[in-house]
Design a protein around this ligand. Sequence first.
Ligand code: ATP
Ligand code: MG
Ligand code: MG
Ligand code: MG
Length: 569
Amino acid sequence: MRASRYLIATQKETPADAEIISHQLMLRAGMIRKLAAGLYTWLPMGLRTLRKVERIVREEMDKSGGQEVLMPAVQPAELWEESGRWTQYGGELLRMNDRHGRDFCFGPTHEEVITDLIRNELKSYKELPANFYQIQTKFRDERRPRFGVMRAREFVMKDAYSFHLNAESLNDTYQVMHRTYCSIFDRLGLDYRPVQADSGAIGGSASHEFHVLASSGEDDIVFSTESSYAANIEKAEAVAPAGERPAPGEAMAEVATPGQRTIAAISEFLELDVKRTVKTLLVKGEADEDGNAGLVALILRGDHSLNEIKAENLAGIAEPLTMATDEEILAAVGCQPGSIGPVNLNVPVIVDRSAAHLADFVCGANKDDYHLTGVNWERDVPLARVEDIRNVVEGDPSPDGKGTLEIRRGIEVGHIFKLGNKYSQAMNATVLDENGKTAVMEMGCYGIGVSRIVAASIEQNHDDKGIIWPDAIAPFEIAIVTLNGHKSPTVAEAGEKLYEQLRQAGYDVLLDDRNERPGVKFADMELIGIPHRFVVSDRGLTAGTLEYKGRRDADKQDIPLEQALPFMV
Ligand code: ATP
Ligand code: MG
Ligand code: MG
Ligand code: MG
């Protein structure tokens, strides 16, 4: 590509509303432009990197036996009613009507659509296991989209869904996907950790998240200094053995629903995205005589975004809570007093810890000494006894007895789940087994935040001059900067020749033939983060040399003119 014919949309100034470095650099390097909150256009420079990430994901998914499909982004409500999620999913689901008044949504995820497809296409156990994936645009109406493409509303995800006759087969594919994810993130050059994640109340099934380590990450991850133990904070803190929990089902729904509604309403009222900013909601308290309602404290467990809660919302929290009566608060949060029992709302207490701030609210309900924990109003709520919940702090012994715990920040770039038969059961996705009997399929699902990875990579690879791309996902691997090429035909010609030579050899090359000062060109190539740079100048040509500098190198070096290609390989 010739820079003179290419959109180099670099900017000197740091955009005011970009809080984290990747967002700033993606705007400054001319990779993305904002259209509206959480909606971004990928400019040519950014799209090249996005496509390279996609290509690596696709290659590894294909290698693992995945079959690529492409499902519609817009999905009919009927499928979501079948799975029960039309009413459960909440505010992130963008719902819409067609001209006939029928309900649709813009897919935030595709379990329903794939389950519908597969129940019609697969009939026999002989066709299993099967794993289908797509790389596609998702929409989630995030309450607070931020950090550019890191938490956008429209974003690119790789989502895969596997189908099995039994749990053993699901286990096998789950392991294959775990390894595949490691290969993908290795090839992307990311410093990442797979961690155990809480799989919610989806019947005893496993889940792992893949986190890129970065101080700007929105999640806390916990790992041992001396073993492979690693978990996200919710998982690390929820230690109630699954066997001691009440079985998911009606009893739980009875307890969970009022609490869920209360918390959702309060988060709405306080204008906090409790789901996102609050990593763990511990609910504790004492039951009153009927054991059914009492003093229940929601501990909003924080991360760096709680600093914002503190700064932006604390006054907002404290004021209405101290000034209003219980009845007024209940009215404000839209709850019927009778529906959730007596509710007390206290002034929030902010406890500053090294990595977390805690804010207490008092609300909700409990039952039979079980309390809501890990509350997330977009999925089922697991229950644990108060005494089964622990507060993990740095330096605690690792649960496996090896080493102590460290807590670091992570960016969730991947998530794998054993779904079991949650969707296949609800949507009646069955095959005939060896005995000709109908069997409900087991399912797994596997997501990767393709567009988020671009930002996460920048969080780990930058300096004060700009981005430093790993070769694998650089928009261009090599920049050729011609000095005064518009005045010196020899320089222009040598630049062209080198450009053709390196392109022939298969490199992605950007020939900076713009009529700009050398300083401007160097600064742009560094800001954009191109890993290798050759400079063609009259002075060098006279001496028969080119100048080379790697993006991470401190010094430049002269190499013989004809040595550029051998130098690269
Ligand atoms: P988060 O906890 O960050 O909200 P999630 O757990 O809701 O993510 P999943 O449902 O697990 O997300 O989706 C799979 C992957 O999609 C995530 O691991 C993440 O990398 C990516 N992703 C999710 N939400 C967004 C978003 N708003 N913008 C960009 N990528 C996203
Ligand atoms: Mg989310
Ligand atoms: Mg998550
Ligand atoms: Mg997730």
